[in-house]
Design a protein. Structure first.
Length: 410
């Protein structure tokens, strides 16, 4: 029994454990969605939880609590890690920090252009933003599974790019898809965020002074009509990165505390709730329609093409610098992983094709297919690169030893 518990503990604490759990939840969710349990599972996700009192509305379906609530914690952790890299890490120089921003811009424009080419002047044209967004949770899970086969600088680049990518998607939703924006709530959120920046400036280190107002920011942003997960990033960027009386900085303390719950609980729950796609008639044939081709090619081809070409150009022009220890082929592989669209893409598809279940079903299946294709292809590309580099190092080491032996015998 002790041996079994020890193996479970080692698996959980390994670098690949959380990724395997996440993929397992994806498979399990797809099985549930296409079984007799699908109705019960859908009812569970739509079950309302929370309360409504004194004008405060906090009663929502379970699925919304997962996607807007739990994922805000995920974005909080990612935001903390990005801030750490911006201060003293892979994004510390302006040229390094600029690359994921510029790369994300290319990764947004190219898929939208490809989709528009296939769907121009069609009833599906409204879905032009569907292949724009990278699903940061799944993309980072694949990178985590690859372990040391991917340089740390590329993991940071992908995380930063995916956050900027999501921010752009949120802006697009707000400008082109949101039915109503409540600017008063955005103003309230901005004022609370400004207060957090003041707390940081005057040297307040206790995390409660940031996390409790962070919940208020979440509430206001959610009610503004914009995706509430941005509250996690805003809160993260306000948390102090320098230590006070405590041994470790608040940023480090919080990041360490969130790491395991996010990787082992929040991300698997997210995958379980969002992968429940029921396969319907016409989905497969929908892949070769203008809608299906626009989404699949937009994510699978447009994402890496846009990220790679804009990144390459910006580095050649001296605007940005390449990630440390990364080659251009690495950047193409990471760009392929950015083609994992999934949640935000499905969200935009729902907004685009609301009321047309046939088009929505085709769009969902195209997103799932493109994300699966991008994830597998990106992982294979990065694995092959890592193996070739390892073989080259081994060959150079063997050649060097042979030369040393030759010299010693003479």
């Amino acid at each position: 029994m002790d041996m079994v518990l020890s193996k479970i503990k080692n698996f959980i604490h390994s670098s690949t454990g959380p990724g395997i759990i996440l993929i397992g939840c994806v498979v399990f969710s797809l099985i549930i969605a296409n079984s007799s349990l699908s109705g019960n599972f859908e009812t569970l996700l739509n079950h309302e939880m929370g309360y409504q009192i004194l004008g405060i509305q906090l009663k929502y379906p379970l699925l919304l609590w997962i996607n807007d609530g739990l994922m805000a914690i995920f974005f909080l952790l990612v935001g903390l890690e990005i801030k750490r890299e911006l201060i003293d890490g892979e994004l510390a120089s302006p040229k390094q920090a600029a690359l994921p921003i510029i790369g994300a811009l290319g990764g947004v424009l190219a898929p939208a252009l490809i989709f528009t080419i296939f769907n121009f002047n069609r009833e599906t044209a409204a879905g032009w933003a569907t292949p724009m967004a990278t699903d940061i949770a799944f993309a980072l899970a694949i990178v985590t599974l690859l372990g040391d086969r991917v340089p740390l600088s590329l993991k940071v680049f992908l995380a930063a790019l995916a956050i900027v990518d999501d921010l752009m998607a949120i802006v697009v939703i707000a400008l082109f898809y949101a039915t109503e924006l409540h600017y008063n709530y955005l103003l309230y959120a901005g004022l609370v965020f400004s207060l957090l920046l003041v707390f940081n400036k005057i040297g307040i280190k206790h995390l409660a002074f940031y996390l409790i107002p962070g919940l208020v920011i979440w509430y206001f942003i959610h009610h503004s009509g914009i995706h509430a997960t941005i509250a996690g990033v805003l809160t993260a960027f306000a948390i102090p990165a320098k230590p006070g009386k405590a041994k470790h900085p608040p940023l480090e303390t919080l990041a360490h505390a969130l790491s395991k719950p996010v990787n082992l609980i929040i991300m698997p729950i997210f995958a379980l709730a969002n992968t429940n796609i029921t396969f319907e008639e016409g989905m497969v044939s929908g892949l070769v329609t203008p809608l299906g081709l626009g989404i699949v090619l937009g994510l699978f081809l447009g994402k890496p093409l846009g990220i790679f070409s804009v990144s390459w150009l910006s580095v050649k022009l001296g605007i940005c610098s390449k990630p440390h220890k990364a080659q251009w082929k690495h950047l193409w592989g990471v760009g392929m992983l950015a083609g994992i669209g999934f949640t935000m893409s499905i969200f935009i598809a729902v907004l685009s094709f609301f009321g047309n279940q046939t088009l929505l079903a085709q769009a969902k299946f195209a997103i799932l297919s493109a994300s699966l294709l991008s994830g597998i292809s990106g992982a294979l590309v990065l694995t092959v690169i890592a193996k070739r580099q390892k073989n080259n190092v081994h060959q150079e080491s063997t050649s060097l030893k042979a030369d040393e032996q030759h010299i010693s015998t003479h």
